[in-house]
Design a protein around this ligand. Structure first.
Ligand SMILES: Cc1cc2nc3c(=O)[nH]c(=O)nc-3n(C[C@H](O)[C@H](O)[C@H](O)COP(=O)(O)OP(=O)(O)OC[C@H]3O[C@@H](n4cnc5c(N)ncnc54)[C@H](O)[C@@H]3O)c2cc1C
Length: 291
């Protein structure tokens, strides 16, 4: 078997000094997706280089930091760390809920948020919450860094808009604070073949600022029901400034049926996804208003 070239730089500077220009670059973070692609023959080993970035962990790209306007999450932060973060529980409870249901504990200990984004699967669990927060990814290359919307990274299923050798170094989530009497709430619902340890057939993230059923702010995004993550912007228009009621919830469910574009694949059928996506939304709404 031919293996890809392998290098293990210890800093971003070293990465850009050492990466070969004539090869397809794969950054190796947790390896929970990448090693499967290698095993399944999806990597052209002869013309590829695996750049192991795990030694960057404790330097430039790990951990969760509170800034004045944002929460900054290093790309190498694992889902176990996300699921235990008090800061994220305060500002992004939907992301914490998603992190808690990603894979098995063994996978969550290795899988990183940067890998989940770069893998560009519409079923990636971190992606609906990140889209619901209008998060940005910090992309770094040899010339510097830039921020792009998470949704703009996706060129389609498993395809990103990143240039060869560009690395995601962080995720930036704007902080939304609750006004007096209101509370930040959020959740993530997904469905698969079993009750746990599943890749989503459909998923939904809801992030909101509420007082009982009164909505001051709400943002909803859906996963695995289209080629990319779907931001349900009209749901914010329907519910913001209103009391959540069965009638308005039904209106939102109709909106979901309109905006999803599910497909048949080995995990599910388009018909089932169309049916289940509004139900997951209903479950999420019931949870955030404690019904
Ligand atoms: C048993 C099992 C269960 C799983 N369950 C789930 C689940 O429930 N939900 C879910 O969403 N996923 C699940 N996954 C998929 C996987 O664990 C996640 O997508 C994970 O977040 C990938 O992160 P990683 O660090 O392992 O990425 P890697 O495998 O290291 O890399 C994945 C891809 O991203 C690229 N990459 C990695 N880091 C960066 C970076 N910083 N910048 C640029 N490119 C980068 C790599 O080159 C590669 O193309 C599962 C996988 C397995 C094997």
């Amino acid at each position: 078997m031919i293996y890809p070239q392998y290098i293990q730089p210890v800093s971003l500077t070293e990465i850009f000094r050492k990466i070969p220009q004539d090869k397809k670059i794969y950054f190796l973070a947790g390896g929970t997706d990448l090693f499967n692609y290698l095993r399944d023959g999806l990597v052209d080993a002869e013309n590829s280089c695996f750049v192991d970035i795990t030694l960057l962990k404790y330097a430039e790209t790990n951990g969760i930091v509170e800034e004045t306007e944002n929460i900054k999450i290093g790309a190498l932060t694992t889902f176990s760390t996300l699921s235990e973060s008090k800061l994220l529980k305060q500002y992004c409870p939907d992301l914490v809920a998603a992190a808690k249901v990603l894979g098995t504990p063994q996978i969550a200990n290795r899988a990183t948020i940067g890998g989940n984004i770069a893998n560009a699967s519409p079923a990636g669990d971190a992606l609906p919450p990140l889209a619901a927060h209008f998060a940005k990814a910090e992309i770094t290359n040899s010339k510097g860094s830039r921020l792009i919307n998470i949704s703009d990274i996706f060129a389609g299923p498993k395809k990103t808009t990143l240039a060869n050798g560009e690395i995601i170094t962080a995720v930036i989530i704007p902080k939304i604070k609750a006004k007096s009497g209101f509370t930040v709430v959020g959740t993530f619902k997904k469905i698969g073949n079993r009750k746990s340890h599943i890749i989503a057939k459909a998923s939904v993230a809801v992030f909101a600022v509420v007082k009982n059923k009164s909505v001051d702010y709400i943002s909803v995004a859906l996963g695995a029901v289209g080629p990319k993550i779907i931001e349900a912007k009209n749901i914010s228009k329907i519910l913001t400034g209103k009391e959540i009621s069965p009638e308005l919830t039904e209106k939102c469910k109709d909106e979901i049926r309109k905006i999803v574009s599910p497909i048949d694949d080995f995990r599910s059928t388009a018909e089932y996804r169309l049916e289940i996506a509004p139900i997951l939304f209903q479950q999420a709404i019931n949870e955030i208003i404690n019904e």
